[in-house]
Design a protein around this ligand. Structure first.
Ligand code: BGP
Length: 476
């Protein structure tokens, strides 16, 4: 019999985010979230993401984000299916605009709070530990229109007010928290990451890094506050990760790869070590970035580092110092060069299970804090057979190989708290706005045009994952 490489209390589960699954965009007093103002999949979603002010002025169809899979009204049925798979944990996010519709109110919206009471209580009842992202691409739109988003330091106070409310309210049901989803994404999709429209900024990099500073301070303050409210809270950061490989062994390529990885590590260096990394000085100088750092900020960062480091991993990346090499392919927002040793998904995201082991070892060596793999998975088009079955062997293959390598990383000595696959139930893609890019073990009858009954059904991978969990990763 194969023995498990995973610790006995390993948190197996799945992940979603409010903005991609809840729907009910204007229900029970909710304010607008960034996804609510983006066009549907046919009308240039990416362009609107990069120029959100213009998106606000247009009247788009708004499907699919406005309804999504209507998790808001289906959560009981969905959580029951996840419990059936044996989930030990369920990762979701709180929609900030449900709690504070404009982001800057002093009193929270009780109906929004009540929804998450019910949701987290249901998780507990089913034996699943909620893992909650406080801000997953979800800064209320009103904070962008009225304050300019995270470039405004006032956002720190609004965020902390929001944290204080949710920490107090859910302190007995939620133990694991993530302060910002993929905090490094603020550099690439600033509207999602920071409620920012940098399209008309004179010096966009300055704005992005200043906003990042505000988020880093907010994250550290939230960590402090959370620990005061409940010392048992485990509060983590979250990085869009994926090791960068050099295209050749030319020293210039190796250096380029190191620099590329630093772009993301920069954030975790601050959140896990408590100070800006030494290399940031030169980077800021050469890019004419001057951070406004208020008195006390650096102490706050120093004294309130995270308890664990979570990250998403979909693929590794490849880079070259030679500009003539431009065989680009897509990836999780970041483009990469094509790696001839790897296959790719239909969306061009390269598939590299061993890269997960490499990434886990790199992050753990760097910080020596427990890791949590909170996103991993394959976005693919599924076919429903005439008998209703969905044979998603490609998804099983992807996940099996990644779980195997995660097990190897654990054997390498990496401490890892758990694994939540992305989009455990089909949901709207963040990058493209499509429904047809599916990640789930649970199929949702909904297409890119908003057609479908919203009925849920189990894919082949459902039973596979159930067996993985029941054998604690021994039987893949
Ligand atoms: C990450 C996000 C998720 C999720 C995932 C897959 O960046 O944290 O919100 O969507 O990527 O990306 P996509 O939906 O573009 O396939």
């Amino acid at each position: 019999m194969v023995t498990s490489k995973f610790p006995k209390d390993f948190l197996w589960g799945g992940a979603v985010a409010a903005n991609q699954c809840e729907g009910a965009y204007d229900v029970d007093g909710k304010g607008l979230s960034p996804v609510d103002i983006l066009p549907d999949v046919h009308h240039g979603r990416w362009e609107a993401l990069m120029n959100p002010t213009e998106a606000l002025e247009k009247d788009y169809g708004f499907y699919p984000s406005h309804e999504s899979i209507d998790f808001y009204h289906h959560y009981k049925e969905d959580l029951a299916l996840m419990a059936e798979m044996g989930f030990k944990t369920f990762r979701t996010s709180i929609c900030w605009a449900r709690i504070f519709p404009n982001g800057d109110e002093t009193e929270p919206n009780e109906a929004g709070l009540k929804f998450y009471d019910d949701l987290f209580n249901e998780c507990q009842r089913l034996g699943m530990e909620p893992l909650v992202t406080i801000q997953h691409f979800d800064t209320p739109v009103a904070l962008m229109t009225n304050y300019g988003g995270w470039k405004n330091r006032k956002l720190i106070d609004f965020y902390l007010n929001y944290c204080e409310v949710v920490f107090n309210r859910y302190k007995d049901t939620v133990k694991y928290w993530l302060t910002f989803n993929e905090i490094n994404m603020i550099l690439h999709i600033p509207f999602f990451g920071g409620g920012l429209d940098v399209s008309k900024e004179e010096h966009p990099e300055q704005v992005k890094y200043q906003s990042a500073h505000h988020q880093l301070v907010a994250s550290a303050m939230a960590t402090k506050l959370g620990h005061e409210i409940n010392p048992d809270f485990q509060i983590g950061c979250m990085l869009a990760a994926g090791a960068t490989y050099p295209n050749t062994c030319a020293p210039e390529d190796v250096w380029k790869a190191l620099e590329a990885d630093r772009e993301g590590y920069f954030f975790i260096d601050v959140q896990a070590r408590g100070y800006y990394p030494s290399y940031s000085k030169r980077f800021f100088k050469e890019n004419n970035i001057e951070l406004e750092i208020a008195e006390g900020d650096l102490d706050v960062l120093k004294e309130n580092t995270v308890d664990f480091i979570s990250f998403s991993y979909y693929s590794s990346r490849l880079t070259s110092a030679d500009e003539k090499i431009n065989s680009k392919t897509e990836g999780n927002v970041f483009a990469s060069l094509k790696n001839p040793y790897l296959k790719a998904s239909e969306w061009g995201w390269q598939i590299d299970p061993l890269g997960l082991r490499t990434t886990m070892n790199q992050i753990y060596d760097r910080y020596q804090k427990p890791l949590f793999v909170v996103e991993n998975g394959l976005g693919a088009k599924d076919t429903v057979e005439s008998d209703g079955s969905i044979i998603d062997d490609y998804r099983i293959d992807y996940l099996r190989e990644h779980v195997r390598e995660m097990g190897e990383a654990i054997e390498d000595g990496v401490e890892c708290l758990g694994y939540t696959t992305w989009g455990c139930i089909d949901l709207v893609s963040a990058g493209s706005g499509e429904m047809s890019k599916r990640y789930g073990f649970i199929y949702v009858d909904r297409d890119n045009d908003g057609q479908g009954t919203l009925a849920r059904s189990k894919k082949k991978s459902f039973d596979w994952y159930k067996q993985v969990i029941s054998t604690n990763g021994a039987d893949l």
